[in-house]
Design a protein around this ligand. Structure first.
Ligand code: ADP
Length: 274
């Protein structure tokens, strides 16, 4: 009687274990598929500039008696080489944010500094398109995190705002503190008056290599990795990134990050010494 009762109790547990195992396998298979897609995408993205470079170098050799043509081909080789360099750099950045725990090197980081650095990074591009950049918010806001990663994340958002906006528009960066159940958060919103993003694309733009318009992205030096990096940085800091957008009106990307002083305990819970 005892044994029967026990096995009756164990049987449902057993089937639940089998179910968990199956779910685990499905998840493992999904991760494997994502990894395979990523490798295929990287290979494809690398092949394009490398193929162009190889064709262009042949063209240069064939045109050796035409200095003008040589110069033209050489110019295009330089563009392809630059593209290759920024792709490799973004791949390195992505692998860094995926592999390093940012909170090991976390410190209070001034939002002002992050904003100034991001604006600085885009000053040239914005100037060429006569885009006005305006930043606003309280002066003393600080987030808790990895300075380099946070700078890369905000820099990507501001760079996109400039890249996907027509000339003579405005890019705004607004920071504020908002209360949240787990402690105060810092919200940094980057708003543009650019081309906007459709609802269908909104769901996918944070995926690695996803671009709404690959030709346009390439023309501005985009790699399709920027928002994947932003999303990863936000999540690993215990924050998030969200998007609001209306086609042909503009977009707002909002980064929410733990405030310095609040976040330390949330990220690495420690027993209260008192
Ligand atoms: P990319 O290097 O192509 O800019 P991202 O990962 O940064 O890659 O962005 C993915 C895609 O999302 C872009 O190719 C673009 O289509 C779209 N996108 C990103 N930011 C904006 C924006 N501010 N306005 C409109 N579209 C955007």
């Amino acid at each position: 009687g005892e044994a029967l009762a026990v096995s009756a109790r164990v049987a449902p547990l057993g089937s639940r274990l089998v179910l968990l195992l199956v779910e685990d396998l499905t998840e493992a298979r999904r991760i494997e598929a994502v990894r395979r897609d990523f490798v295929a995408n990287v290979s494809h993205e690398l092949k394009t500039p490398v193929g162009a470079l190889s064709l262009l170098s042949e063209a240069v050799m064939d045109a050796s008696d035409d200095p003008e043509a040589v110069e033209r081909f050489a110019g295009r080789m330089q563009i392809e080489a630059t593209r290759l360099t920024s792709l490799v750099q973004e791949l390195i950045d992505l692998s860094r944010v995926q592999n390093d725990d940012p909170l090991e090197d976390a410190e209070p980081v001034g939002v002002d500094e992050l904003v100034a650095e991001a604006v600085d990074r885009c000053r040239h591009q914005a100037g060429a398109k006569q885009i006005t950049m305006a930043a606003g918010g309280p002066a003393d806001l600080r987030v808790w995190g990895h300075r380099g990663q946070l700078a890369a994340a905000l820099g990507n958002l501001v760079e996109n705002a400039v890249n996907y906006s027509p000339a003579r528009t405005r890019v705004g960066i607004a920071a504020r503190r908002v209360s949240a159940p787990g402690g105060d958060l810092i919200e940094i919103a980057v708003t543009d008056q650019g081309i906007g993003i459709s609802d269908k694309d909104k769901e996918r733009i944070f995926e690695r290599f996803y671009r709404v318009d690959p030709a346009r992205s390439r023309a501005t030096g985009g790699t399709g990795l920027g928002l994947a990096i932003v999303k990863h940085v936000a999540a690993s800091h215990g924050g998030e990134v969200t998007v609001w957008s209306a086609e042909n009106q503009g977009s707002t990307f909002t980064l929410r990050l733990p405030e310095a002083g609040v976040a330390r305990d949330r990220a690495h819970p420690r027993p209260d010494p008192h």
